[in-house]
Design a protein around this ligand. Sequence first.
Ligand code: X8Z
Ligand code: ZN
Length: 607
Amino acid sequence: MRTLALLLLLGCSPAAQDGPVQRSPDELQEQAERFLEASTARYLELRTDVAEAAWAANTRIVEGDSSLAEAEERAAQALAEWLGSADVLGTARALLERSEDLKPLQVRQLEALLYQAAPSDQRMADIVQQRIKAETAQTQRMYGYTFLLDGEEITPNDIDRGLTTETDLERRRRIWEASKAVGPTLKDGLLSLRELRNHTVRGAGYEDFYAYEVSDYGMTPDGMDALLLRLLGELWPLYRELHTWARYELAGRYGVDEVPDLLPAHWLPNRWGQSWAALVEVEGLDVDAALADKDPEWIVKEAEAFYVSLGFPELPLSFYEKSSLYPVPNDAGYKKNTHASAWHIDLDQDVRSLMSVEPNGTWFATTNHELGHIYYYLAYSQPNVPPLLRRGANRAFHEAVGTQMGMAATQRPQLVHRGLIEAEVEVDETALLLKEALESVVFLPFSAGVMTRFERELYRDELPADRFNARWWELAAHYQGIAPPAPRGEDFADALTKTHINNDPAQYYDYALSTFILFQLHEHISRQILHQSPRSTQYWGSAEVGDFLRSILESGGTRDWRDVLEQATASELSAEPMLRYYEPLMAWLREQNEGRTYTLPETLESP
Ligand code: X8Z
Ligand code: ZN
């Protein structure tokens, strides 16, 4: 079937007369080289246009003015027309039919090209065009939305601050509910996108859009499921202790006599319950307090200085000229995408970040995270990495680097070294470890569980539209042990309040995997390079740490991610380093929870 389709494709393209079928290996490699060279040039041109246009559309969202979104659509359409053309698809597929006669790097580039082209196949040009329109419209709708609290406009930063600091439960509930009001406005858009995304990749032979995204790891959906269940299952006993601790602790704080079985979502300091770190303040190591009187610019400069201290270059001047790093004032007359991101505009030195930095610990971590992407971009933008492979070893590696740096930046020795905390103050090590676990461990049931499972069912099982909210909360109960403040019917669409569901689809396991990867890399750095305890490191100023990280980053997507991890840490992907990190906490939690009722099962099952 596939070969027939291929011949038909070749039959209508110029590559047919000049096809690879009869060539000698040398001639074939030569042909592949020419094809890749020409394709890369065109790809760079068209992709840069898309990135520029998308950047403009995401940094300036004006109600009633869709001109920037339309410009983005036109650019994306031009890229899709070329990328999904019979010429490009046909030639790349025909060359790959003889992959054993090609150079490995050629094979990887052709595969990367085909992967990117899959949702743009011009045999269904209409659908592709509709998909592009729907993608742009969804982002505009999401970030053009005005959140209201008691009739007053509030920003996502206000919401996050409110859920972090507000102590009155009734007010917390109103803030949380305000944050969910955007969901229903996105539901029709997501329903169309689900159809269009599934439809476009099915044409390329993928079962569905989830399977397509997962295939980027060289894995099947079931393989990914099994991997996540194994890793999350190993962390589960620790999460179960944290969950129990939080139920009792918060019931105490809010003066609620009956400890709830499921944690009410509005009790938690994050809109989705994906991080509970703000529940704990560590005396002597209060990063929020240390940053409160800094300018937002200081936060970005400090993060850059950290990377520079490891031997990474200073950011290009254009980063500061072209990025959009700080919040847009409410009266500016336009909005922007408020979710942090990092952009590689030209697959070379034009790197930018879109953020709304405020001087607090969360934005400090996020800034380090985004600069991780930026330094990854810069590290692989070099002649040894063909532009088509200027990507992470996998997407999870891309997410890991900056989160790891953010974690390292807030470990005690480094905070002391940077003058952010006093050296002499006694710090409660358990409270500190608890706070870290409420960030990284708590994140996993959400990322590996709720988000991933929801999107798998959304795309693969075509989850019915009248089950979206019910299923979302079933999954939140199953994995996170969280419930909404009151039952929420299908008039709500709470999953859709998460940006990734809309505009970074079927990829949230990236963040789950990145968490395991980063603990693995961190343990290696601590033990083998710095000879320090993983819980108390100072990366700052270590050229060896910089060399180690660079050796991973600078090969981009030229090597298989399993080899990259194995070579770097002499181990395959594992939850062990993370478990070792939190070992001392487990004993403390068990003690705290003695006599308490656990409401999560002892072992994690598939939902
Ligand atoms: O989306 C992000 C980054 C951009 S790549 C800020 N993160 C996830 C989230 O916010 O949900 C980082 C951690 C998880
Ligand atoms: Zn990221």
